[in-house]
Design a protein around this ligand. Structure first.
Ligand SMILES: C[S@@+](CC[C@H](N)C(=O)[O-])C[C@H]1O[C@@H](n2cnc3c(N)ncnc32)[C@H](O)[C@@H]1O
Length: 319
């Protein structure tokens, strides 16, 4: 069973403009909330391919599908295909499944509540576990390698850029001082060192655990998340058919800025100076971004699922 509540579910499904018979991709299966909704809109006649780089997420979904007659049937008939693959390999993976073109693609970045709540994965600042944070166990570098190996400047830059953490420098220095006594091996040790950089008053005012942003930044670095998203957007858009939609949910400013920049680049046509009588650059827009520029969760959704508070949905259509 999943504990993950899908974010911006109705908004994402509407944005994808799904029709019966469509071929759709869910790039981030997680607990399968979005996948189930997508399936219900494309069946009968359609197909969904769902990716997740985390074998444990795939295993959990398969087990829950065994208890769900509709999902079981969809998987047996090939209307739902679940693949344990990084979404950065979307184009070649779809080709290997015989899918040349998709009508709609959804990505809901980040991690699911099931992963964060599993202390053994090392993502949690609340429950103690090994300082790991690897999504894919085949990745060599762990969170502990970064926390114990990077100098203070590199750590501060990481916390600033991927965590939007205002106390990045102070935290980096505290980490370097603490590991001089004993290297970090556990998430609780790191959470405690980061918390120690905030006063009681600051901690009370924050509304989130003081280590939230630092853990997020390290997780993004360990898993190469931004580079995977960049490749996914380029490749995903290349497999969309004309009129196909890509809907992307992000959870922090670094992810959202990347999506916004790549959508803007791909929606720009000719860049020749206005005085040129005809185009010589040959550049053509590949997508058009849809308005509103982005969609955020309603106050009701945020109160029911606080994890959704930082979510932003951007949508583009293939030209
Ligand atoms: C926020 S959860 C998705 C939740 C899902 N939409 C639902 O309704 O349950 C994000 C999922 O994406 C997966 N993920 C993160 N980075 C990935 C990548 N580069 N390739 C494939 N899956 C990835 C994570 O393992 C996680 O299960």
């Amino acid at each position: 069973m999943t504990r993950h509540i899908p974010v911006l579910l109705d908004e994402a499904i509407e944005a994808m403009d799904l029709q019966k018979g469509d071929t759709a991709v869910d790039a981030t299966l997680g607990g399968g909330g979005h996948t189930r909704a997508i399936l219900s809109h494309v069946l009968p006649g359609g197909r969904v391919v769902a990716f997740d780089a985390d074998e444990r997420a795939i295993g959990r979904f398969r087990r829950s599908a065994e208890a769900d007659a509709g999902l079981r049937e969809a998987m047996e008939k090939g209307s739902l295909t679940v693949v344990g693959e990084n979404f950065s390999r979307i184009a070649e993976t779809l080709r290997s499944l015989g899918v040349e073109q998709a009508d709609a693609i959804l990505a809901d970045f980040g991690f699911s509540s099931d992963q964060i709540d599993d202390a053994e994965r090392g993502f949690s600042f609340r429950a103690d576990g090994p300082l790991d944070m690897r999504l894919d166990g085949r990745t060599e570098r762990t969170a502990a390698d970064i926390v114990n190996g990077w100098d203070d400047e590199a750590l501060a830059k990481l916390f600033r850029e991927y965590g939007d953490e205002p106390k990045a420098w102070k935290i980096a220095q505290a980490i370097v001082a603490r590991r001089g006594e004993k290297p970090f091996t556990r998430t609780a040790e790191l959470a405690e060192t980061v918390s120690g950089c905030f006063s009681d008053v600051e901690r009370r005012k924050m509304g989130i655990h003081p280590a939230t942003k630092v853990f997020q930044a390290i997780r993004i670095e360990v898993n190469g998340e931004l580079s995977a998203i960049g490749t996914f957007l380029r490749e995903g858009i290349s497999v969309l058919g004309k009129g196909g939609r890509i809907a992307v949910i992000t959870f922090h400013s670094g992810e959202d800025a990347l999506v916004k920049r790549m959508f803007a680049e791909m929606s720009r046509g000719c860049v020749c100076p206005a005085e040129f009588p005809k185009c010589v650059c040959g550049r053509k827009a590949v997508i058009r971004t849809l308005s509103p520029k982005f969609i955020v969760p309603s106050a009701k959704e945020i109160s029911e699922n606080p994890r959704s508070r930082s979510a932003k949905l951007r949508v583009a259509e293939k030209l």
